[in-house]
Design a protein. Sequence first.
Length: 142
Amino acid sequence: MYNGGYLIAQIGKMTDRRINEILKKENIKGFNPAQARIMMAFYYEEELSIKDVCELTGLAKTTLTSMLNRMEKQGLVKKYPSKEDRRVTKVKLTPKARDLEKYYAVISRNMKKQYYKGFTKQEIKDFEDTLRKILKNLTETD
């Protein structure tokens, strides 16, 4: 019996728990684990469409939209229509959220250390290659 999907779902849940623990341990305030995932999607991007954020975070559009609305009220993101296509909503982090980037690095460093404890560099590469292949399989349509 194959349990990959179940295991990946469990890893996602445990990741959120660990991020919560890191936020508490490091006394980081201003965002929760789900918001951290959204904010990390912007780590290398200035602005993204809602569709892009959905793809990068794995969140459903309805879930993401309500989260972005809350984050906008908190002053963490700004939403606006795309100049190229007004049907597309663009999102960017505010300066307030960018000021929190140092905390993303703390979370990321802690999570990588925990994820890959006991792994060799080759095992990490092979594992991530396998995950990319699964992700590609899931994003392709038949």
